[in-house]
Each structure stands twice: as structure tokens, then as C-alpha cells.
Design a protein around this ligand. Sequence first.
Ligand SMILES: [Zn+2]
Length: 428
Amino acid sequence: MAKSKLIAPHGGKGLVCCLLEGDKLKEELKKAKTLKKVEVTARERGDLIMMGIGGFSPLKGFMGKKDWKNVCAKMQLDNGTFWPVPVTLSVSKEDAAGIKAGEEIALVSGKELIATMKVTEKYALTDKERKWECEKIYKGAGDDSADDKFWEVAPKDHPGVQMVLGQKPVNLAGPVKVLTEGDFPVKYKGVYMRPAESRKIFEERGWSKIAALQLRNPMHRSHEYLAKIACEVCDGVFIHSLVGNLKPGDIPAEVRVKCIDTLIKHYFVEKNILQGGYPLDMRYAGPREGLLHATFRQNYGVTHMIIGRDHAGVGDFYGMFEAQTIFDKMPVSKEPGKNLLCKPMKIDWTFYCFKCDGMASLRTCPHAKEDRVILSGTKLRKMLSDGSEIPDHFGREEVLVLLRKYYQGLEHKVEIKMHGAASGDKAK
Ligand SMILES: [Zn+2]
């Protein structure tokens, strides 16, 4: 077989997949039923499935304290491999007391057996350590992250900080064997993909320079433009949506997937685009999450991660382009396989401009704020939720029809908060 032209998976060890199949799976399922059970959160479940399918290569399990600390402090595992966010499992004091190091346990989500884990380490995190993790991972350069404001605003408005503060007191670390991909393969048939599957498609299409567009909002004109810029300079574009959990008020994955299908059908050359989904929850870690997005995209075979304005942001915690500049500050290991190889494709704030008579960005459009239709997913969601008229050039009509239908069917509306990043006030 000819040598693959695709980018190598992260970590220099090929795709590391902890998912069992066939007889090994049957045996492990049987054994799992006899083990002590620990309930995992939705985020931990998503992390497990990513470790299962190789999306988190080279991780083989939840992180021990040294890895946790080095990842927070300098974005590297203890062995020097690049990794931008902690991937940890927390349990209650009672559960921890009943589990010995060396013991195997079953990780469950309700009635579903997700994985087994050989516990190699137990470590408690103090409140001070957890606050330190929050500051390292979620405190950015935005107004809400100012020293006198962060701890006042973040516990009530930052879903990632709430997640860390809500974790149980003891972390368990160790290698995992993953037993299921949950409902993702059925619920998102044709969209949910393992890294080995996207790599196979890229090979078949002869692509090697591949950009990924991260999506958690319905695709509007600005996203369409980002994907098209990438299409012009790459072999192909992977439109890769999060199909895990978002915060209340965000649009569910099945609606977003339908919108992307419609957009691809009407406005893209289909052979140059691939749509896929991945099973993670959002952490809203802004710059650090931008790096995580590039890391697991490398495992999916992607060479360039599109990073636009306020990537993976929430509220005003991050600077508008902080998720771009963090790529210039990454630690570098002497062993090339340990470094992140997937590059950022940095694109400035994009919008429709009436004077340019087309899509443009702050790098290309010399006109005034009044000439531009400033687009943001949050603003679009708010207008749809309020039932207000969507201005021209904000989205494509074929997509807006689907979104209006979704909002009209909603019984409970979540109020969508507007902030500087979403209101367009900062695009001067
Ligand atoms: Zn213009």
C-alpha cells in the first residue's frame, strides 16, 4: 500500500483507540457487570467515547495528577506531549473510599455501561486547586475575565467554570476500555464519524490539505464564507459539528445537521465538502478549546483548523482573537511527534458588506460599521427566538426556513443573553 499522504495522528503513536469490539467486547461486558459502578457525567461520557474512537489519541485514559497539573500549567502531558485541556474523571468521597488503586471499575451513564477502567491513581483536588484550574483554562483576556470581575461573574455565567466547580472532590486516573459509542452512530447516522472513517474518505478523495470548520451554531453566511475561503486554498473542507451537549438556548445537533445539509446542497460543490460530527460536549474554554479542536481534528486527518472570531467563547471571557494568538504561544517539544501538527487557519471577523456588495472581513473591507451586516450565531438565535425579522444577507433562506420551524415548535424558550462579542459592538 502506498504511504498515506494524510497528517499523522497526534502523539506519534498512530490512532490510539480504546474501543473494544467482537469477542473482546463480549468478555469485557460480562466482566463489567461484576465490577463496582461509577456514574459519569455527560462530559466524561463524551471524553470516553473520543478515547474509544481515537479522537483523543494518544490519550488512553483519564489523567493522573501530574498530567492534570502540567496540562493546566503548560499545555503538556507529563511526558511532554502537547495537550491543552484536562481530561479527568471525578467521584464522590464515598465512592473513592471504596475503590483501591489497582482495582478495575465500571463507568456507567444511567443504565448504560460505557467503559471499564483500571484505577492507577486517586487524588483529591482542593478548592484552591480547582480554582487554579479554572483560571488557567477559562480566564482569558475579555472584560469578564478582569481580575476584579472573573470570580464574581464566572461561577454564574461560565458553563466551563461551573462544570469544574461542580466536579466531585476526588479524581480517578487510569487506562480505559470503552464498550460503546452510545446512541451517536444511530442518532447521527451518516454524520457521526470515527477518525479512521474520515481518514478513509480523505484518502479516497485524494485530499491531504484539509481544513476543518468547527460548528456549534447553525451555519450562517459568515460560516459559509469561512468554509468557502478554506475551500479555495485546500483540497477539501471538513464541516465538523459538535453532536454532544451544549448550553441551554443553543440549537440541538439534529437541527444544525439538517441546516448544514441544506446549505451544502444549495451553496457548495459537494465533492469538495465533507460533513461529520463528533461526540464531545462544549467546554467553552475559548483559546484552550481552539487548541483542543485542532488536536482532535489532527486525529481526524485535518491539517488546518479554521479559527475565526471568539472561537469556542462564551460571554465576554475571551479576547476576540485570543484563540488565534494562542497558537503562537504553544510549548515545543524536541520530539516532533509530541507537538501539535495541525495548523490554525486564522480568519478575521467576516460579514456581508453592502458597499463591497458581498462577504468581506475586517482585512478586506474599508467601509463603516453601518455598511455591514454583522453576523453572529448568538444574535441570529436571539432574533429567531424572539420571532423578529432576519435582516437580508444574515442567513440563507433555505436554512432560515428550517430554523424558524424549530423555534416555532419550542414550548420553553431560554432567554438568550447578548454580550459584546455577539452584538457586533466590537467590530469597529
Ligand atoms: Zn465593505
